[in-house]
Structures are given as structure tokens and as C-alpha cells.
Design a protein around this ligand. Sequence first.
Ligand code: FAD
Ligand code: NAG
Ligand code: NAG
Ligand code: NAG
Ligand code: NAG
Length: 537
Amino acid sequence: MHLRCISLLTAAAGLALQPAGAVPHSPRDQDAGTCKKTTVAILGGGIAGIAAAQALANASVHDFAILEYRDTIGGRAWHKPFGKDKDGKPYIIEMGANWVQGLGNPGGPQNPIWSLAQKYQLKTQYSDYDNISTYNEHGYKDYSHLLSEYDDAYDIANAKAGEILLNNLQDQSAQSGLALAGWNPKKHDMEAQAVDWWKWDFEDNFTPLESSLVYGCAGDNLTVNGFSDHDNFVLDQRGFNTIIKGMASEFMKENDPRLHLNTEVTEIQYSKDGVTIHNKDGSCVSAAYAICTFSLGVLQNDAVKFTPSLPEWKQTAIQKFTMGTYTKIFMQFNETFWPKNTQYFLYADPAMRGWYPVFQSLSMPEFFPDSNILFVTVTNELAWRAERQSDEETKQEIMAVLRKMFPDQQIPEPTAFLYPRWSTEPWSYGSYSNWPPATTLEMHENLRANAGRLWFAGEATSPTYFGFLHGAWFEGRDAGQNIAAIMQNRCVNVESDKLRECGPRKHWETLHGTTPLADYSALTGWMADSFLNTNSE
Ligand SMILES: Cc1cc2nc3c(=O)[nH]c(=O)nc-3n(C[C@H](O)[C@H](O)[C@H](O)COP(=O)(O)OP(=O)(O)OC[C@H]3O[C@@H](n4cnc5c(N)ncnc54)[C@H](O)[C@@H]3O)c2cc1C
Ligand SMILES: *[C@@H]1O[C@H](CO)[C@@H](O)[C@H](O)[C@H]1NC(C)=O
Ligand SMILES: *[C@@H]1O[C@H](CO)[C@@H](O)[C@H](O)[C@H]1NC(C)=O
Ligand SMILES: *[C@@H]1O[C@H](CO)[C@@H](O)[C@H](O)[C@H]1NC(C)=O
Ligand SMILES: *[C@@H]1O[C@H](CO)[C@@H](O)[C@H](O)[C@H]1NC(C)=O
């Protein structure tokens, strides 16, 4: 039987709020008294932070403060003006999130991002990943049969991943899973390597070797089968973050004093009684609860100081999950010299996997008609490399590739050229997270768990939709709903983890390996005198 959160609307009675004086003990204790007071401090104004605030507002908790580094909300849904159209007006292009991924089928569950897109009339266009032509260093070369070979193997690997998940067996890397299923690209088969990159890295940033088979496939399943296999590319000239601003407008007015833009959090003091946040400008906020939605990259880069230091179980989880970089490099030309009826162009470089591997045309009638805009995407190692280079260096490398792909064309210099440096953006340090091989759900629970009154939410804390806007939305909502329920004493049965549906999150102090100590013996080839072979003479 399920014990449910009982909705007691005696909210105020449940507010066991510590007065501001009871915030953590530290040398700054006396400061806390002079800090601005709020009930819930929401750290970060990306989609997770705004969803958390909306969930609080929906539960009648209106006393919150959102602290945001940048001068706008939206976070990694971030756009910039680029190039110009026939009237000399710049196009708005997305530096970050660009697709609504997995829209939802009629009658089936809808991706909440797609619901928001419809609500705010976001302009999008179906993005057909099968609309792709293949190239190598000598120009067009049809190796599209490899795309279907990969897909066939993926279906087998995916079914196997499901079995591993259901039976709680040992995870594999996606590479080993795919190899066992018949997709085993040779190191020197650069066309197969290009296909491997397009089918895996293009989504995950990391290689199949660096990715969990089980959670990679499960995540894909949940979005593709759970919603739908349709992805729409966002073209809206208000920017993708229009939907996040729309959400915010439902519970905050213009210039709402609860929204603190241009506010860089530098230190978070937390305890079981409350949280005090210190900002770079010297201001501070003391709160009963806080929700930290900073990216995994921000957490991994020690960009914010935690006092006390985060517990080891939390730090281990933060460093175990991986933050990838996905860099779109935009170019506008004075003409469309590439085939006008194709969306994607896959390039197999003879020397290096992932070298300017996929170009995408925005010049087609359904996108930005006759815009002559093309962009190329690089990930991780090669993204970091491009991000370290000057625009000019990167441009020349891309021009060399385009000349190889289209040997019969005169390729003009781009008239506009732009790309973000995600790996060094101090409010993101990377693009989105990934789940590495041999990493259990328990480890992920530690990434997600609260430390005292400090909660965590965002893209990376979603075990099902990490890497996606919808993952961040679900996680923000969940943290907001839980905190509201705790404050309003609506979480009953908190002592029994099995039965409760809300309340503080579980973490694991010790994550166990899977091999009993007794198996470390001569029988298993563990040729050591003592367990760790630390003989004292
Ligand atoms: C290049 C790229 C492509 C992507 N493509 C897609 C896609 O096509 N589809 C999709 O669904 N998802 C995509 N994503 C992922 C998607 O953007 C994220 O999952 C989502 O935006 C994360 O939301 P969030 O609220 O968890 O984090 P964020 O959006 O990062 O929000 C966190 C907020 O915290 C703020 N912050 C950080 N540090 C501090 C500090 N010290 N003080 C104060 N504030 C701080 C940041 O400024 C930010 O606004 C992409 C991401 C990138 C970067
Ligand atoms: C808040 O409530 C509105 C109206 O019911 C709903 O559309 C929205 O999704 C809710 N937001 C969250 C984050 O729960
Ligand atoms: C790609 O899409 C265009 C129309 O948008 C179509 O004309 C073309 O045939 C498609 N090509 C492939 C390979 O599917
Ligand atoms: C994904 O879905 C397929 C088809 O429904 C299923 O066979 C497979 O086991 C699932 N895989 C995972 C990892 O959940
Ligand atoms: C584009 O510019 C090149 C020179 O860089 C020129 O040769 C070409 O004619 C131009 N194309 C158009 C359509 O103006």
C-alpha cells in the first residue's frame, strides 16, 4: 500500500523555519543576521531554477529569491544575433540548446518542453536526421549503408541494455555493447568512425567508450519511446529561452524583486537548519532552504565554495559524472555553395575522428530560407581544442575541410563567423552531462541528494533525462515540490524510505563494489601475499 503525501493546507503551521540567526556556525555567523532573508533561495535562473520557483508558487510558497549570474534568465538556452538577412537584420541563433527532443505522440505523454513550446508559440521545424549525405576527403562518397548497420546493432545493444538494467547486472561501455551487437568500427575505417561519432557523440558528446551502455540506452528510450522520436529545431527569433521567460511571467511580474540578476554566488554555507549564500558583490541571502541548479561543470570546477566542504559521497558523485562540450560553429556565406536540398553533411576525416564531422544547413526553405548559414558541430577534445583557438585559426581549418568536401566549388570566405566557448563559460563550464560506464544509480542518487537544507537540481540530476531541457524541468519541479511539501508537513512516513513519496532524498555513505573480498585469492589470480600486497618485511 502506498502512503501518500497528505495535503494539509495548514501550510503556515508547518513552517518550522529557523530564524535567520540559526544559520550555519562559521566566522561569518554575525553576517547572516544582516543578510536578506527568504524562505527558499534558488541558485540559478535556468529552466531548472524557474521550474523550481514555479513549483513553489504553485504550492503557495511565494517567498523565494532567484540568484542568477547573468543579466537574463534561461541559462543554457542562450541565443545571440548572428550575420544578417536581406534587410540587414541579424538572425537569432542558439548557442546552447537548439532542439525540442522527443515531442510526444497524440494521446501519449507530452514532453513538458514541447507543451511550453506550443503554449508560447515557439517557432520550430522538424529536424530529419536521416536527411544526411556522406563525404570523405575526396568529396561526396556514399557510405550511408553504415548508418543502417549501426542502427541494426544499436537495436540489439539496446535490448541487451534493458536486460542488464532489469536484472541488475554489471554495466558495460556503449562501445562494448555495440561491438557485441555487431558494430565494431575498425580504428582505421574513418567512414565507420564518422558514423560512430554521428550516431553517438553527436548526442552524448562523449565517445561510446566513455559512455554507459545501460543509462545511455535507457535515457534514449525514455525520451524517444517515452515521448516520441521527433526532434524539432528551434528557429524562433525571440530565442529558445522565450519559453522559460513565459513560464516565469506566470508567477513573477516584470522586474520582480525576487529575481536577482547579475548576481554571482561565490559561497554557499549550508547546514541542517538553513543556508546562507554569499555573492561576489558582497551581498548575502539567508534562507531556510536552497536549491542549487548550477551545472555539473560549475560544481566540478570549484567555481563556488561550499562551507563546510561537501561530504565525500557528494564530491565523489560530482567528479564521477562527466560534463561534455558541444560547440556549434556558425558561418554565413554570400551564397549557398552546398546542396540546397540536404540538411546534414557528414564528413569522414582521414586522420582524425570527430574532425569537423557534421555540417548542418540552415539555408533550406523550412529553416532560414536563403540565409546561406551553415554550422558545424564539434564535441569534447575537438571542441576544447577549437575553443582554445582564435576564430581565424578555426575558420581556416573548416575552410580546408569544406574544400575537400566540395572539390568542384569555389568556397568563399564566410561573411560572418561565430561560436561560443562553452568549456570556459564561468556560469556553465561545459555544455551538458553524461553518464559514464560502470556508474550505478546509487552513485547518481548521491549526485541528486540534498546535503542538509541544500538541495540540488538541474539537467545532471535527472537519471532519466540528463542532458536535456526536459530533464532540468522535471528536476527543478521535483525539488520545488519536495521543499514545499516538507515545509507544509505534507510528507508523512519520512522514516520509511520505501513508503514515502516525498521528503529529503536518500544518499549512500558507502558505495560497495561487487566482488566479495574472499574472491581476491590465488584462485582468481590475485597473486599477492596480503590483500593489498603491503607486506611489512
Ligand atoms: C551547446 C548545447 C546544446 C544543447 N542542446 C540541447 C538540445 O538541443 N535539447 C535539449 O533539450 N537540451 C540541450 N542542451 C541541454 C540544455 O541546455 C540543458 O539541459 C538545460 O538548459 C539545463 O538547465 P539547468 O537549469 O539545469 O542549467 P542552466 O541552464 O545551466 O541553469 C543554471 C543557471 O545557473 C547560473 N549560474 C551558474 N553559476 C552561477 C553562480 N556562481 N552564481 C549565480 N548563478 C550561477 C547560470 O548562469 C544558469 O543560468 C544543450 C546544451 C548546450 C550547452
Ligand atoms: C504550475 O501549475 C501550472 C498550472 O496548473 C502548470 O501548468 C505548471 O506546469 C505547474 N508548474 C510546475 C513547475 O509544476
Ligand atoms: C531532404 O529533404 C528535402 C526536403 O526538405 C528533400 O527534397 C530531399 O529529398 C531530402 N533528402 C534526403 C536524402 O532525404
Ligand atoms: C529500450 O526499449 C526497447 C524497446 O522497447 C527495449 O527492448 C529495451 O530493453 C529498452 N532498453 C533499456 C535500456 O531500457
Ligand atoms: C561570393 O563571393 C565570392 C568571392 O569571395 C565571389 O567569387 C562570388 O561571386 C560571390 N557570390 C555571390 C553570389 O555574390
